[in-house]
Design a protein around this ligand. Structure first.
Ligand code: SAM
Length: 163
């Protein structure tokens, strides 16, 4: 059962150190059908619902070229996560494990990634399938899937010089 913020047996929370700003900027927001963590999928599926990556200015020009790729890596900030657990019990009262051995949303820096299927571009919006986050989740970055070296269009100068 997914939880909101309660501790489970065996879990350990720590005092959070004072934040040191990494200087992240949110490049947009993700619009999905889900408004509760209890109903949001644990991992996205590429046959899941179409979701919207709404890109803010001044980053809209950076969308150019994403339609070359069937799959994109989307990086986002799980803004409603608690951040102070070092031990977690993914299934209540069972198999307590360290945070770094889990893909739990609860982590010191709640950064999430999904490989999504590109659907379309509509102005400042990229439509994709395969997400697993709440509506209004802040968007950090979008990259071509690192495994995808079969772009839909012929390669353009500079396509493969991004890593
Ligand atoms: N696919 C990403 C990954 O592996 O890095 C995220 C996986 S995480 C298990 C997905 C879960 O995070 C969802 O089922 C939901 O419970 C929770 N979640 C989704 N959006 C969130 C948000 N904005 N804030 C906090 N928790 C969120």
């Amino acid at each position: 059962m997914v939880r909101e913020s309660e501790l489970r047996e065996g879990e350990v929370a720590v005092d959070m150190p004072a934040p040191r700003d990494a200087g992240l900027v949110f490049i947009g927001r993700i619009r999905t059908p889900w408004t509760s963590r209890l109903e949001t999928p644990r991992q996205g599926r590429q046959d899941g619902p179409v979701c919207r990556l709404e890109i803010f200015e001044p980053w809209v020009a950076a969308i150019k070229g994403v339609d070359f790729y069937e799959n994109l890596e989307v990086i986002y900030w799980l803004h409603q996560s608690r951040r102070d657990l070092v031990l977690q019990s993914p299934k209540n009262n069972q198999k307590t494990r360290g945070t770094f051995s889990l893909r739990s949303p609860v982590r010191p820096n709640p950064i999430a990634t999904s490989i999504v299927k590109f659907v379309a571009i509509e102005g400042n919006v990229i439509l994709v399938r395969g997400l697993d986050c709440l509506d209004d989740t802040p968007l950090l970055d979008i990259k071509p899937d690192r495994c995808e070296f079969t772009p839909l269009a012929p390669p353009q100068p500079g396509d493969f010089q991004t890593e």
